[in-house]
Design a protein around this ligand. Structure first.
Ligand code: ZN
Length: 51
């Protein structure tokens, strides 16, 4: 699976179920694209959201 950052509209609708799982409890945010995910592997430039 590619990173969320590289997803296009078609990819998002195709993978919607999986994306809800990846994004519902995010632990990382991409500092370039502002996308969030539970695992840094889904982002191109992940930074931890933990304070
Ligand atoms: Zn990104």
């Amino acid at each position: 699976m590619k990173t969320l950052c590289k997803m296009k509209k078609d990819d998002i609708s195709t993978c919607f179920k999986k994306l809800t799982d990846i994004t519902c409890k995010p632990k990382y945010m991409c500092t370039k694209c502002a996308r969030v995910a539970k695992d840094e592997k889904y982002l191109c430039r992940a930074a931890s959201l933990a304070k």
